[in-house]
Design a protein around this ligand. Structure first.
Ligand code: G3P
Length: 217
């Protein structure tokens, strides 16, 4: 499973990038707002830092303007994935922009039917939002399972990019279901390596290493 970082904070991306775990980055207008940066400038910096796909979202709502914005975003770098909302206009723009050879991430997906439409429109990625369904007492993981089944039934190559991930359990469950990609905030990704038994075991090993006077280099 590929790991994307869901943030527009350059320092957080750089820190995680050093672990070798960053396969891409996703942003959206709310994350751009939080960063306090200009979208074109910060997106360029992210693209320079990370080799994999960097999703940058349009703000237009009609297809022609989305296509114009998508084309401009795509000039930032070769690794831009144009992010479009799952509306009929977004799907029309997806068809055009993917047909021109751009990576497209169709976002704000909340049903299997929406995911089916995005795949038919040629999306590179579909972004189902798990956490926002959970917020409504609807199991977001069921949606990931539904999309996996639908895409496998027909051999769609659109990658399932599990988004709105709020916990380490979401990450593990998405991996078990077979999501192709997950995008999570930096703090969730950092927690993935943590386990109290790892900390406890290491503490004991280090105490014993000191007693045994172990020196390796
Ligand atoms: O990738 C989508 C993500 O940014 C939305 O997450 O937590 O705002 O639902 P959240």
């Amino acid at each position: 499973m590929k790991f994307f970082v869901d943030t527009a904070e350059i320092d957080a991306i750089a820190e995680l990038n050093d672990t070798g775990m960053v396969d891409g980055v996703t942003t959206n207008p709310s994350l751009i707002l939080k960063s306090g940066r200009d979208i074109l400038e910060v997106t360029k910096e992210i693209c320079d830092l990370v080799d994999g796909p960097v999703s940058a979202e349009v703000v237009a709502t009609d297809a022609d303007d989305m296509i114009a914005e998508g084309r401009k975003l795509a000039t930032i770098a070769d690794n831009i994935a144009v992010k479009l909302p799952l509306t009929w206009d977004g799907l029309k723009a997806c068809k055009v922009l993917s047909g021109e050879g751009n990576m497209v991430n169709v976002t704000l997906c909340f049903s299997g039917n929406q995911a089916l439409l995005a795949a038919k429109a040629g999306a590179t990625f579909i972004s189902p939002f798990i956490g926002r369904l959970d917020d409504m007492s609807i199991d977001g993981l069921d949606l990931i399972e539904d999309i996996r089944t639908i895409y496998d039934n027909y051999g769609f190559e659109t990658q399932i990019l599990a988004a709105s991930i709020r916990s380490v359990n979401h990450v593990q469950d998405c991996a078990k279901i077979g999501a192709d990609v997950m995008t999570a905030p930096p703090d969730v990704i950092k927690k993935l390596a943590g386990h109290p038994l790892t900390d406890k075991g290491l503490e004991q090993f280090l105490k014993d290493a000191a007693k045994a006077d172990i020196k390796i280099v």
